[in-house]
Design a protein around this ligand. Sequence first.
Ligand code: PLP
Length: 375
Amino acid sequence: MLETGRLHRYNTLADAPSETALLEREYADWQGAAYCLACASGGQALQIAMRAAGVAPGDAVLTNAFTLAPVPGAIAAVGARPVLVEITPDLVLDLEDLAVQARASGARFLLLSHMRGHLVDMQRLMQLARDLGLVVIEDCAHTMGARWNGTKSGNFGLAGCFSTQTYKHMNAGEGGLLTSDDPAFMARAIILSGSYMLYERHGAAPPAAYFDAARLDMPNMSARMDNLRAAILRPQLRALDGAIADWNMRHDIVARHLAKVTTAVLPRRPEAEDYVGSSIQFRVPGLAPEAALGLIDRLAARGIEVKWFGRDVPQGFTSSHRNWRYVAASDLPQTDDILSTLFDMRLPLSFSCADCEVIGTILAEEIDTCREVAA
Ligand SMILES: *Cc1c(COP(=O)(O)O)cnc(C)c1O
């Protein structure tokens, strides 16, 4: 790619497909979706999905109260109003609160975030969404490859949004992927991404006729992926199923150690869920903030970096709704209570299984010493 200099996705020779178009075709096939659009970032995939779905300025968009900043950020970027929904101790959307918030806000859209790789009961969620008249867009930044009852996350709602930045399941530095089975929606999304009317050069796009309705009405948001990123991603996609198995091996080793600690609670993994264990979460219920900070310090002293979601001030990636001042403040006692004793650790594949045994042992030892503090 560097030698040819043909880095822009539409800078191709004659009819040769670009790396970006090839990635779109291959990702659509892997995901089991009809259409795929490669974007500049996961956040851009979310923004494009919402606009293509018809979210208008001022509209209420429901989303998880516990998610990463690009999710409420994307809602704000399209001029809409995030309405935060409580989570359960299993870190997924609280469906009872979803119904309450949907009725109170009159929202027609749900940006469902499968935060930290935990899937809500998708059967129940989709039934509830139908009852409430909600269009569902899935944020699959942490669930690329995860399934519920055999169906891949991203294939339940109108669209699935994925990120390919460094901390996700494929790494191109930055990047995003948007998938859908809806041809009219995807035609609008492709025009929105900034296709300069070259939409026929896409790899997994709907037939040209679908673009007639969209081509002059959708603004250009210039959020394309480039060929270099696509070239970096294509071999990773071929290796992804193997990487998922490797993550789960590491996750399950650490989880086995944590399960032995009486003070630690792991989120439930329902039978229907096939997860991708690229990170692990645990709670230490009853742990006071000072004790939580002490735990993090002791772990850091032994070489283990763990994130705690109970901090007042954002540190690193922000996931506390109180740090999003552009979102109307709401009372979320259940979510706050869960986050106050929630810890998280990424499990990159640079950790060997032997590393994970050591990590699990140290985590278990240090969390176990919290027993007196928590009691
Ligand atoms: C990373 C992430 C995104 C998208 O992030 P980008 O940095 O824009 O690619 C969206 N949602 C969640 C939960 C994420 O962690």
